[in-house]
Structures are given as C-alpha cells and as structure tokens.
Ligand binder design. Structure first.
Ligand SMILES: [Zn+2]
Length: 121
C-alpha cells in the first residue's frame, strides 16, 4: 500500500520535528496534497491513523488540504483544471504545471513535554 509508506515517512519527519522542538506530542498536522500526487486521501488518513500508534503523533488530528491542478497556458494564462492534463482544456496548447504535485507538511501543532518552557506560571 502506497499510502502506508507515505504515512511512515511523514511520521519520521514529525518525530524529528517534535524532537528538535522539545515537544512530547504532535496534536495536529496539516498536509497539502496535490491532485496529481497520486495519493488517495482516505487511504492516507487510514494509514496515518494505523501507523501513528505509539509515535509522537498518536491521536493527532490530520487535516488535508487538496491542492488543485493549475497550469499556465501560453495563450490563456493561469488556469485551474480537472484531471492530470498539462494540455490546456480550453485551447489545446501545452501549458506549464504550476501546482498539483504537492505532498508536503503545511503546518503542525505540538505540545511541549511539560518542562515549563512557556505558558506555565
Ligand atoms: Zn489555453
């Protein structure tokens, strides 16, 4: 399952980030996933839930922003369009892909380890 290995590498990044920031827990993760990334959203959500057990991100809520395919057509300018086409659906020219292949962490929320780093009286 493709999404499981994605979830696992995602979790590795989250573990490293959490460690680097001295966090005990990741509570929320926001991802950006392009329409051309080949990731099935539901499958990734499921894989993340399964793979996050016992990690810093156990129980974290996963938020996924789907990024549409956008191309720049030499004639029509920037267009958002359906499907994996680099060809402009309006005029048939070959365009340049601007977005749609994303597979990245947009943001994450963490909880510190209760060391009184901040927010404690
Ligand atoms: Zn066009």
């Amino acid at each position: 399952m493709h999404e499981l290995s994605i979830a696992q590498s995602l979790l590795e990044i989250l573990e490293q980030e959490a460690k680097a920031r001295g966090a005990a827990k990741v509570t929320r993760v926001k991802l950006r996933i392009g329409a051309l990334s080949g990731v099935v959203r539901e499958a990734l959500e499921f894989a993340f839930e399964v793979a996050s057990g016992g990690t810093v991100a156990e129980g974290a809520s996963l938020e996924i922003e789907e990024v549409p395919v956008r191309i720049r057509c030499p004639r029509c300018g920037v267009l958002e369009q359906e499907g994996p086409f680099l060809v402009c659906l309006r005029c048939g020219e070959v365009g340049v892909l601007l977005s749609g292949r994303e597979l990245e962490i947009d943001s994450m929320e963490i909880e510190d380890g209760g060391q009184g780093r901040q927010g404690h009286p």
